[in-house]
Design a binder for this molecule. Sequence first.
Ligand SMILES: Nc1ncnc2c1ncn2[C@@H]1O[C@H](COP(=O)(O)OP(=O)(O)O)[C@@H](O)[C@H]1O
Ligand SMILES: [Mg+2]
Length: 325
Amino acid sequence: MSSNVLEVEGLNLAYKTVRGDLLAVKDVSFSLKPGESLGIVGESGCGKSSTAYALMKMLPPNTSMFTGKIIIDGENVMELNETELRRKIRWKKIAMVFQGAMNSLNPVIKVGFQVAEPLIVHENVPKNEALEKAKELFKLVGLPQDFINRYPHELSGGMKQRVVIAMSLVLNPKILILDEPTSALDVMIQAQIMNMLKDLRKTLNISIVFITHDIAIASDLCDKIAVMYGGQIMELGSSEQVLLDPKHPYSAKLIGSIPTLRSDKKLEFIPGAPPDLVNPPPGCRFNPRCPYKFDPCDKSEPPLYILDGGRQVKCFLYKMKGSGE
Ligand SMILES: Nc1ncnc2c1ncn2[C@@H]1O[C@H](COP(=O)(O)OP(=O)(O)O)[C@@H](O)[C@H]1O
Ligand SMILES: [Mg+2]
């Protein structure tokens, strides 16, 4: 058996739109070991949330294509039906904190009960036991245990975010997806949540898929980083590799746009707009915005070249240096 708790291979996801099929996730592959964390970063609209929903197999009704392999804890979930998924995979093996989830807590139910509810309703756990579990989880996410009796309006944004993280952990999943969990919070609270996630990772040895548009934040928590652009992974490597020595021109631009305190380096921005996913540009999807564009880039799509240290880069610049197919 493989030592990976999550394996994704050649994942594709398209939506039906009035303009035609929109390919939001194209040929995405990655894997995660127990306790390992992956950051998925990229501009808004590049397919991060779509990838996350695909992993949960929670797809909108206008899905027009969903193919590839998703293996969770040794089981190919693409072959499971909805009942089997609910019985053994969703929330039990893989859980997700949705983008903006902290704003969708039920305002008239105490937060402790909202955390305990799946245990009571679906697992037949007695109410007092379930509330005990909620207390344990509150401790784990850094909330005072008596906060189980509070209503959402009695909590700050950071506290609500901790509650929704506790909710996602109630059935002891092995994999946790967090979709932009800190984007709506101010920087101090953001840092506190990041520290809590680091502790959580250590305590539970849980695998994390951390989605953000902020590559600096991702590299702080994650072992490895996947840079997405136009529905594709453009670069995948360890956090150090990608942050300190980005190889893909798009990753380099993303990192060039991080402000630093002690340097007079000019901030870069990326001219142009993200690709139209209904009619993507021919060849590499980044070619219209790429400063290094050369002959093959608008004609054929680059493969993922594998460089030293196992890093993968989808860019023709590495044709000579890498060992792509
Ligand atoms: N249900 C849907 N129907 C049609 N298009 C969608 C749907 N959901 C997302 N999209 C489109 O898919 C692309 C990727 O979106 P998303 O995965 O939300 O990106 P991100 O999370 O990186 O911002 C975007 O162009 C978005 O408009
Ligand atoms: Mg999103």
